[in-house]
Every structure is written in C-alpha cells, then in structure tokens.
Design a protein around this ligand. Structure first.
Ligand SMILES: Nc1ncnc2c1ncn2[C@@H]1O[C@H](COP(=O)(O)OP(=O)(O)OP(=O)(O)O)[C@@H](O)[C@H]1O
Ligand SMILES: [Mg+2]
Length: 363
C-alpha cells in the first residue's frame, strides 16, 4: 500500500499544501521551521486520526484558525485508491473518514499502511517507562499476526474486571472465591499475550542486533523480553492464586503481563538507564528497522516509515547504510535540513520545503 498524495488544508503552518509521493524513499529538505515535521504529522494524522506529537489534536489547528484538515490518498496493491480524511475543529470535534464516510477503526486500519514514526520525541520508547515498550511491542504483534491483534485488548479487559473485583473485595465486600472465574479468564488472556510477545521478540532479536551494529551501536546490542508471568494458562492461574491474598491487601493485581518489560541493552547494560542520547537513538531506529524487516520477511505490509531528523546525527557512512537498508521496499519519508546529508540514492525523490506555491508536486 502506498500513500500517493497528501493534502493539508490546513494543518499548523501548512495552509494549502498538496504533495505527491512516490514509492521508496522520499526526502523532505528544508530549513528549520519550514514545516517538515508538520508535514509528517499531517500524514500521520490523516492515516491514524492521531498526532505523534501531541495528545490534544486541537494543537494541529493553525494559530487563529478553527479547523485542521488533512486528506491522504492511499493506493493498494491492486491499484484501488482510497481517501482518508482526518479533521479536528473547535466547534465540531474530530472526524476520520474513509472515502467520505465515517468508518470504524478496524476498517480504517485495513485501508491504510501501518505507519511508524522516528522522531526525537519518540526516544521515550527507549528511555521511558516499560508501558510504552509494551504498547509498542503489542502493535508489532498486531501487524505481524493479525489474528493476535485482539490479545492486548482482551487482557486489558480481563485485568480491569479482576481489578474492579479485587478493589471491591479489599473493601470488604463479597467473598474471595468470587475471583475464581476472573482469575481463570485473566490467566488465559495472560498466557496468550505473553506467548505472542515472546514470539515477537524472538523474531526481532536477530534483525535488531544486525541493524544496531550497522547504526554503530557498539557492544553487542540486544533486546530481551522479560515477562512477569509466563507459561501455560494453568501455570499462570497457579501464580495468580498464590498471590491472591497479597493482591487483596494491595487492592490490585500485582502480577502479570501488564508488568512485562522489553529490555533494550548494549554490552549487557540497559540503554534505558545507561545509554547516551545517541545510543538511545540508534537503538530506537534499530528496533523500528527490525520490525520492518520482520514484516517484510513475513510478507506482511511493511510500515510506512516517517523518519524525522534522523540524518543529522549520523556520519556519512552510516547515512549511506541507512539508505541502502531502506531502499527497495515500502515507502519512507526522511526529513533533513541540509541537502548534503542526503545520500545520492535518496535524492531520486525530493520535496523541498517550505512549499511556496500551492499544488507543488514532488520532484
Ligand atoms: N498550530 C500551529 N499553527 C501555525 N503554525 C504552527 C502551529 N504549530 C506550529 N507552527 C509553526 O510551524 C513551524 C514549525 O514547523 P515544523 O516543526 O514542521 O518545522 P521543521 O521544518 O520540522 O523544522 P526543524 O528543522 O527545526 O525540525 C514553526 O514556525 C511553528 O511556529
Ligand atoms: Mg522538525
């Protein structure tokens, strides 16, 4: 699936911009403040209905304006075109439309490529709390094995139900045996989710190590799944039962995949705790590349990669290798401020920003 055009009318500083995009690598080149990140954000918003920069979509509305609106044209493998439109308005809230009509999230997701963003803000994935990494890993699971895409939600629901009952019991209402049925449901959901996460990390470890090496992360870089509860549903049920009294004292579920960690390390040390900024960046990129490789390998749709400002901190040789790795499959948008930081083969498709004339097209 390819995004063939994006129209921001308007979004942040992009007032009336249409950019056509080709397959492969597209380089967006322009000075600071030219609207490069805004454009990536616009595209992301059109596809997902969300921003990767802010949780308040109204930030996307141009200063002094009342509406932000972006449309993306997506072309599938059979050449069928679909239009996704996302908008947010001060008066009417937000909308996300497929070919002009409202659609549920699953339908919207089926009609667009998966999209992955690398930006300085996303370093939180490496240096932030484990919840971010769990959510990220679960998104990969969903892209890799669509039949497993509900596991995260299912576990979350079972956990919420058990927690509600635990809180109630902790408050002295009801008998602890009422938990039996919820524990069984939670154990089932937990076992399936932990198994999927383990399978995902198993697939990602080799390509991660390889990409990390290419990006110059010295020392052997590795990702490791550290489950809080693993094993069969029956084994997890035993664990839950053993911890029941403790949970009732705490008033919540203290054990299970909602506490899992995805450890990212170099030379055996956690990059979250000890990594430099540059090492954390390299690890994040390596993880995103590993996911892309795994999806390509499994013949799943590779994600559209939005790489914001990734060239600036790489030396020329690493830039070259990065472009080599990305060339040839899927679609990749790379922003940069200087022409010189774009390796030759990434110059085939260049968009120069800011776009002065409306309806300017990619070179
Ligand atoms: N809601 C908004 N309405 C209008 N302009 C906005 C809005 N939000 C941000 N801007 C403006 O958009 C411009 C920044 O655009 P953007 O972040 O896309 O730049 P950039 O090309 O990525 O720059 P850099 O190379 O520094 O990352 C700034 O001038 C900023 O003031
Ligand atoms: Mg930027």
């Amino acid at each position: 699936m390819l995004v063939t055009a994006v129209e921001a009318r308007p979004l942040r500083s992009l007032v009336d911009v249409r950019i056509e995009l080709g397959a492969g690598i597209v380089s967006l080149i322009g000075p600071n403040g030219a609207g490069k990140t805004n454009f990536l954000e616009a595209l992301y918003f059109a596809l997902t209905g969300r921003s990767f920069r802010t949780s308040d979509r109204r930030d996307l509305i141009p200063f002094g304006g009342s509406l932000a609106r972006v449309e993306a044209v997506v072309c599938d493998a059979d050449g069928v075109e679909r239009r996704l439109l996302a908008s947010v308005s001060r008066a009417e809230g937000r909308r996300h439309l497929l070919d002009g009509s409202p659609a549920d999230p699953a339908t919207l997701a089926r009609n667009r490529p998966p999209v992955v963003v690398f930006s300085p803000d996303r370093l939180a994935l490496v240096k932030g709390p484990p919840a971010e990494r769990r959510a990220h890993l679960d998104r990969f699971v969903a892209a890799r094995w669509p039949s497993r895409s509900e596991l995260r939600r299912r576990y979350g629901q079972a956990l919420a139900q058990r927690n509600a009952l635990v809180a109630q019991l902790a408050g002295g209402l009801g008998a602890a045996t009422e938990l039996d049925v919820w524990d069984a449901a939670l154990a089932e959901a937990a076992a399936a989710l932990a198994e999927a996460r383990a399978a995902a990390v198993e697939e990602l470890s080799a390509p991660f190590a390889e990409a990390a090496g290419e990006l110059g992360l010295e020392g052997r870089a590795a990702i490791e799944y550290v489950p809080r509860a693993a094993g069969s549903a029956a084994e997890i049920l035993v664990g839950l039962t053993e911890r029941r009294d403790a949970d009732l004292r705490l008033g919540r579920t203290s054990w299970g995949p909602h506490l899992d960690e995805l450890k990212i390390a170099s030379a055996g040390r956690s990059l979250r705790r000890y990594g430099s900024q540059g090492q954390q960046r390299a690890a994040l990129l390596a993880l995103l590349f590993a996911e892309r490789d795994a999806l390509l390998e499994a013949r799943r749709a590779p994600p559209l990669l939005l790489l914001d400002d990734v060239m600036s901190e790489l030396d020329p040789e690493r830039r070259e290798r990065l472009v080599e790795r990305l060339d040839g499959a899927g679609q990749v948008l790379i922003t940069t401020t200087t022409e010189e930081s774009v390796p030759g083969r990434a110059k085939r498709s260049v968009v120069r920003m800011p776009i002065a004339v409306p309806h300017a097209a990619a070179a």
